[in-house]
Each structure stands twice: as structure tokens, then as C-alpha cells.
Design a protein around this ligand. Structure first.
Ligand code: KG4
Ligand code: ZN
Length: 364
């Protein structure tokens, strides 16, 4: 039985968790500085980094307590070293390096984007209020990562053997949700607030364009965001020179709801279309989703309605598509600990606690 402590500080969440054997969630503690950023409509890097400094030690302490562990029970430390905000990553990595030296534990350097997918390997917990996947994904596994910083489609043949099929050329899908929310005057983070507004709107009112990419599995969301801005300006009878920050006060609730619903439909269709294409080409045994936007009800709904025709039966009944608990879709330490467990099991190289550096632009 191997227990790994996972530490995650790549953006605005200070998070730590203990995971056993890559499948059992023993604790999961997340402190978000989101409230401090909400007034700015997005994450402010300096504020995030300062908040990590204050909360990292209490968060780690609490994650050990919740797991009923002391340091002797911990077999290794896994930490996100990229991708993410430099100042934020630094706090997690320096803390993990120090603890690895002082407590004499092996250190695993984890890629944040890979970790989002590994949250789907958690199948057991005695913590209250978690609905985990019933069974772990199988290989070949198709992974869709949709977060505030990433939009990627990846095929895994086995652990640590994967190919990046495609990614965004500009904004990440979550970033597009956040920017459109700002245009509509909806609160940050945009994903949930657009989802809520969309419930009252008609998704067919606006036919926003879907980007055509030269590479089959790549995405783009900046054109969609601009199309939303132009549609909002046109709705109130203004041209492209009308300032975006003044739009929300002139749009009616019904107009906002229709724009939100239409935008959400197209943004989600963009990633679902490519997922179906990749599904048909690679015939995976599992399809898993990671990142904050994986919590989107619209994404789950569209996958459920489109995948069956691609496979000729009901995907969810077969356990082919995994929807993990939303608390494990947004940034957390558990996903980092899970990947750390598999790195240990599969004898991946250890990180040197005296030299490990952050890698803000780390790719897959
Ligand atoms: O994975 P995450 O917590 O952080 C990054 O690694 O970026 O993702 C944050 C993103 C934000 O853009 C937020 O608007 C979006 O995930 N998000 C959602 C939902 N919850 C968070 N998007 C759609 N539906 C949700 N329920
Ligand atoms: Zn993330």
C-alpha cells in the first residue's frame, strides 16, 4: 500500500491530498483565493502567489490530518512543477523540495495537464460527498483536457505512453467562458455562471461560427469570443467601436441568456466534435475528461448524446465515458498524488529535491 502526498499550486488553488495506490482518495484539501480575484474578473498572479505562501503549510497539515496520516505513513511527495503561473508554481515546488529533504521522501515532478486526466483513476474513498467513477479507465484511453489554461486531446496507449493529438491555437476553452462572462457582466469564474445563465436562454438564437483548423484535432476559441462581442454590440444597435465593458448594462437578461446559451453550445460542440472524430479513429476503451470545464453539464450532455452513434450503443452504461466528481475536475492535489502513485509504480525518474525547477510553459 503506497501513500503519496500531492501538492498543487499552479494557479489560484492551494491544494494538497493523500492518495493510496493511485485509486483511493484519503484526503483532499483545496483552499481557493478565487474570491480575491473575482473583483478583477480573472486571476491576478501576484495575489495568487501571496495567498499560496499563507496557506500552503496549513493546507498540507490538514490533508495529512484528514487522511489520518503522519509523515511516517507517507511514501513520497508529488508536486506540480508546470504548466502554470511562475510565482504560484514556485511556492508549491519550493515547499515540496524542502519537505522531501527534511522528511527524507522521494520527490515526483508532475505535469499539471497530465494530472487532470489522472483524477479519473480515483475509484474509492471514505470521504463524504464524493461520487467517484465506478471503475478505472482502460487503455487505449482518449483524454480531453478542458480547463482555464488548456484545451487538449490526447491518446494514451498505456501509462506514460501517449500522443498529443491536438490543442488550442489561442485561448483555452475555460478562458473563452471567462472572457464571454465578462462581456455579459456575469461573475467569475465564467464556466458555472454561463452555465447558469444559459439555462434560461435559447441556444439556437445565435449561430456563432466554429473555427476551421488546418490540423484535424486542433481548436481555436478567440474567433468565437470576438463573434460573441460583435453579436452583443449588434443586439443593442451599436457597432464594433462600442466598448465591451459598457455592454452588460445595456443588454436585457433575456439577451444575455440567449448569448450565453448559444456561446456555450458552440464552444462545447467544438471540443465534442473533435472528441468524436478521435474516438472513431483510435477506438479507445475509455474516454475521460479533465479540467474545470469537465464539470460542465452541457459538455456531459453533448457527449452523452453524440458518442452513442459513434459506438452504436449507450456509452455511459458500458462505463466507456468517465465523469469524475466535479470537485476533482477543477484544480486539486488529489490528481497530482494519483499521477505520483503511478510514477512510483512504473519506476519513472525521481526529481532531485535540491535542483527541481518550475516549468511554467511545460507542454505534454
Ligand atoms: O482546471 P481549472 O480549475 O484550472 C486550470 O487549470 O485552468 O479550470 C478552471 C476553468 C475556468 O475557466 C472556469 O470557468 C471553468 O474551468 N469551469 C467550468 C465549470 N467550473 C469551472 N466551466 C464550465 N462549467 C463548469 N461547471
Ligand atoms: Zn487545471
Amino acid at each position: 500500500m503506497m501513500k503519496i502526498l500531492g501538492i498543487e499550486t499552479s494557479c489560484d488553488e492551494t491544494a494538497a491530498a493523500v492518495v493510496e495506490d493511485g485509486t483511493r482518495l484519503l484526503s483532499n484539501v483545496v483552499f481557493s483565493s478565487m474570491d480575491l480575484h473575482a473583483v478583477y474578473g480573472g486571476v491576478v498572479p501576484e495575489i495568487a502567489a501571496r495567498s499560496h505562501i499563507e496557506s500552503i503549510i496549513p493546507v498540507i497539515q490538514q490533508s495529512l490530518e484528514q487522511a489520518n496520516c503522519n509523515w511516517d505513513d507517507i511514501d513520497g511527495i508529488a508536486v506540480t512543477y508546470g504548466a502554470g503561473l511562475g510565482g504560484s508554481l514556485l511556492i508549491g515546488v519550493m515547499t515540496a523540495r524542502t519537505l522531501a529533504i527534511v522528511k527524507n521522501k522521494p520527490l515526483y515532478a508532475v505535469n499539471h495537464v497530465e494530472a487532470h486526466i489522472y483524477a479519473n483513476f480515483l475509484t474509492e474513498t471514505s470521504l463524504p460527498d464524493y461520487t467517484l467513477l465506478k471503475r478505472a479507465p482502460e487503455f487505449p484511453m482518449l483524454g480531453l483536457i478542458v480547463s482555464g489554461g488548456h484545451s487538449q486531446l490526447v491518446i494514451w496507449r498505456n501509462h506514460f505512453d501517449y500522443t498529443l493529438l491536438g490543442q488550442t491555437h489561442d485561448d483555452a476553452i475555460g478562458e473563452a467562458f471567462d472572457k464571454v462572462a465578462r462581456i455579459l457582466g456575469l461573475p467569475y469564474p465564467g464556466g458555472p455562471s454561463i452555465g447558469e445563465a444559459a439555462k434560461k436562454g435559447n441556444p439556437l438564437v445565435f449561430n456563432f461560427p466554429k473555427a476551421r483548423m488546418s490540423s484535424k484535432y486542433d481548436f481555436s476559441f478567440s474567433g468565437l469570443k470576438t463573434a460573441v462581442l460583435r453579436a452583443a454590440q449588434a443586439e443593442i444597435g451599436k457597432d464594433h467601436t462600442f466598448p465591451s465593458h459598457k455592454l452588460s448594462e445595456q443588454l436585457s437578461e433575456a439577451q444575455k441568456a440567449n448569448i450565453a446559451a448559444s456561446f456555450q453550445r458552440i464552444a462545447v460542440e467544438t471540443v465534442v466534435d473533435k472528441t468524436i472524430l478521435a474516438f472513431e479513429e483510435f477506438q479507445p476503451k475509455s474516454v475521460v475528461i479533465g479540467g474545470g470545464v469537465a464539470a460542465s453539464a452541457e459538455l456531459r450532455h453533448q457527449l452523452e448524446s453524440h458518442l452513442p452513434s459513434a459506438i452504436g450503443s449507450n456509452p455511459t452504461a458500458e462505463g466507456l465515458v468517465g465523469y469524475q466528481d466535479p470537485k476533482l475536475c477543477t484544480d486539486n492535489g488529489a490528481m497530482v498524488a494519483v499521477l505520483g502513485c503511478y510514477m512510483a509504480k512504473h519506476k519513472q525518474p525521481l526529481a532531485d529535491p535540491y535542483t527541481l525547477e518550475i516549468s511554467p510553459n511545460l507542454s505534454m
